[in-house]
Design a protein around this ligand. Structure first.
Ligand SMILES: NC(=O)C1=CN([C@@H]2O[C@H](COP(=O)(O)OP(=O)(O)OC[C@H]3O[C@@H](n4cnc5c(N)ncnc54)[C@H](OP(=O)(O)O)[C@@H]3O)[C@@H](O)[C@H]2O)C=CC1
Ligand SMILES: O=C(OP(=O)(O)O)[C@H](O)COP(=O)(O)O
Length: 360
């Protein structure tokens, strides 16, 4: 079945989600919706997406962006809508999707109660696929990053307690109005930050406390993670466990990656669209175990790690594939796990695409 998916909100997340949907063999983009006829609207039109004007269609026409309709038209033309509007707007839009009886996905900037359930493919795909939820929230970039590593660690070793400090980027590269410009902010100053409770929306039984610090950077978030495991482990075994995950890139020491600047360059060298890094980037050299205490650093590309999760969430609510099938299909279509631009599809989906070439 070809699923028609509409994207409401075509900014940092929406434009990436639209391209990811268009790359899937079983999905088509029914259109995108926007409020402002700016350069992104022009780009959407040039990419062949039917552009829908939220309110001022005449302004789009004046900017030479043909208008396919309004938001109602987009929802009517879609089997599923992915709401990628700024935080808080998704909650207002839910009644529009409900009026059309159209299932919808929301993003992590919304409060958890915007939807019937929250989603991360590694943590709770089957629960969503086998349940009745038609309004589902894909958890935020940081929460996605934590869920992807904590799920396999809990499965293999058991997690007694996680403590993570999240060094949050101040804004995305295009957000010139964000900050701080020259400061280091406890953000939020209260402990725990919202990220730990957010992990519990997809992994309810996991003990996790998080603290957030926002810094003058735009490229990626960086997590300092300490997990007290329930059973003994050694660093090599944990490295293998994480490397087996198709959406975790264990960065090999020989790559000499110092930080997010190098990671973004690595992604661009690999020919990744927009220099995106869909995978958690865990420094292999940072993985250390002392007793049952595991430590590591990971970087999270906030603009793109939730993109494959949105694609999987569409299949989960459409009841179209099980978790393994969906993740493989999504990875293969996007090239998740593929860092060699000359590689074919084969390495992308098998869970060891990067790990296989990432011997420390
Ligand atoms: N950026 C990030 O790092 C991440 C963001 N998220 C979450 O994803 C969501 C979207 O964030 P992001 O992509 O960064 O936001 P952006 O501001 O980059 O994009 C939002 C888009 O929505 C459009 N828009 C604005 N108002 C409306 C409206 N009333 N109805 C429809 N569309 C509207 C904007 O269009 P226009 O230009 O016309 O105003 C723009 O295309 C948020 O919930 C955010 O928290 C999740 C993970 C990471
Ligand atoms: O969802 C995000 O971050 P979060 O997981 O820290 O809430 C995105 O990076 C957007 O964060 P923002 O609220 O700083 O724009």
């Amino acid at each position: 079945m070809m699923l028609r998916v509409g994207v409401n909100g075509y900014g940092t997340i929406g434009k990436r989600v639209a391209d990811a949907l268009a790359a899937q063999p079983d999905m088509t983009v029914s259109g995108v919706a926007k409020t402002t006829p700016n350069f992104e609207a022009t780009a959407a039109h040039r990419r062949g997406y039917a552009v829908h004007a939220i309110d001022d269609a005449a302004a789009f026409a004046a900017a030479d962006v043909p208008v396919a309709g309004d938001l109602d038209d987009l929802v009517a033309a879609s089997d599923v809508v992915i709401d990628c509007t700024p935080a808080g707007i998704g909650a207002q839009n839910r009644e529009i999707y409900e009026a059309h009886d159209t299932p919808a996905l929301y993003q992590g900037g919304e409060d958890a109660d915007v939807a019937d359930a929250s989603f991360n493919a590694r943590a709770n795909y089957d629960e969503i696929a086998n349940g009745d939820a038609e309004h589902v929230r894909v958890v935020s970039c940081n929460t996605t990053g934590l869920s992807r590593v904590l799920t396999p660690l809990d499965e293999v070793y058991g997690v007694e307690k996680t403590r993570a400090t999240l060094v949050r980027r101040g804004g995305d590269p295009s957000q010139s109005d964000r900050g701080p410009i020259n400061d280091i902010l406890p953000d939020p100053v209260t402990v725990p930050s919202h990220h730990g409770p957010d992990v519990n929306t997809v992994l309810p039984d996991l003990a996790v406390d998080t603290m957030g610090v926002t810094v003058p950077a735009t490229l990626m978030h960086l997590h300092s993670v300490n997990v007290t495991l329930e059973s003994d482990a050694d660093a090599d075994a944990v490295r293998e466990t994480l490397a087996d995950e198709s959406r975790v890139f264990v960065v090999p020491e020989h790559a000499r990656v110092a930080g997010p600047g190098h990671l973004k360059e690595l992604a661009k060298d690999a020919g990744r669209p927009r220099g995106d890094l869909w995978e958690n980037c865990v420094w292999g050299a940072s993985i250390a175990v002392e007793g049952r205490d595991l430590y590591f650093f990971q970087a999270i590309h906030q603009e793109s790690d939730v993109v494959p999760e949105n694609v999987d969430a569409v299949r989960a609510i459409a009841g179209d594939a099980d978790a393994a099938e969906s993740v493989v299909r999504t990875n293969r279509a996007l090239g998740v796990g593929r860092f060699d631009p000359t590689d074919g599809d084969a390495t992308a989906a098998d869970g060891r695409g990067m790990a296989a070439s990432a011997d420390d």
